[in-house]
Ligand binder design. Structure first.
Ligand code: FER
Length: 257
């Protein structure tokens, strides 16, 4: 499948992106829906579940745009310095880029885990430019647990915030991640988003319990939830059930036009 790899800049920070085109793609006047796909915390665009969702979008006739956020993959910034606010800024820049592509009709936003939280927040900000959003196993409890003082299972003082948290594998999370996460309220963004939403979540997810997607599905005005029985946070067992749910949703959205 035809692919383009490139960087854009968000206020001087490079954002690494890949465009994957559907079969028979032509720029000759034809328009295509495009889905932007964000990875999660410590993730990147070549993870199996991110690549699989991009390919599924292509098979449904969509252009797929994978983007790596601040401090992740080949994008600029360090892991330690990344925050949800920087990711929001990056995501807005990616949407601006995608919206200006001459061959794009409808825009869709998809993200896994922390990228799913990002999708929920930015979905509300960009509602008028989006056809639908697809938060996959969205980690939308992060602000709540940052306020309680336990991130990544590591307890900390939520008032006297530590300078860093050990995220494992030699990665350290800086204090500004916590400080900014603590003031983010996700529910208003959920209630604000009136367009279609697909939530997909493994029932055996130990990183982000499935009940967060059940709660989100109940709050969104127009959401459907696909629970994948027995599957984990990154869909180790039934990735095809995830891509099948995404495919069915994208086809339905496309045909409803
Ligand atoms: C946490 C629990 C889960 C957390 C992040 C996650 C940063 C998951 C993130 C992801 O996979 O994107 O406490 O803190």
């Amino acid at each position: 499948m035809d692919q383009k790899e490139f960087f854009i800049a968000d206020d001087g920070i490079r954002i690494h992106m890949k465009l994957d085109y559907p079969a028979a793609f032509t720029e000759k006047g034809q328009k295509y829906p495009l889905m932007i796909i964000f990875h999660g915390f410590t993730g990147h665009m070549e993870e199996d579940h991110i690549v699989a969702v991009a390919h599924t979008a292509n098979e449904a006739g969509f252009v797929a745009l994978r983007a790596e956020m601040y401090g992740h993959g080949l994008s600029g910034g360090t892991f330690r310095e990344h925050t949800l606010l920087k990711w929001i800024s990056n995501a807005l820049a990616v949407i601006d880029y995608a919206r200006d592509l001459p061959y794009v009709s409808d825009l869709y936003l998809c993200g896994h885990s922390q990228g799913g939280l990002l999708t929920m927040l930015v979905g509300a900000m960009e509602q008028d430019r989006l056809r639908a959003i697809l938060p996959l196993s969205p980690a939308w409890m992060i602000p709540e647990i940052a306020r309680k003082g336990e991130i990544l299972g590591i307890p900390f003082d939520p008032v006297e915030i530590p300078a860093q948290l050990d995220a494992g594998d030699g990665l350290f999370l800086g204090e500004n991640y916590i400080r900014t996460a603590q003031v983010i309220e996700v529910e208003p963004s959920i209630l604000r988003f009136k367009k279609p939403v697909l939530l997909v979540h493994g029932s055996a997810d130990l990183s982000v319990p499935v009940h967060y997607s059940e709660k989100a599905a109940a709050l969104y005005p127009d959401a459907r939830l696909v629970i994948v029985p027995g599957d984990t946070h990154c869909y180790d067992y039934h990735l095809e059930a995830v891509t099948e749910a995404v495919r069915a949703f994208l086809e339905e959205m496309k045909n409803q036009k």
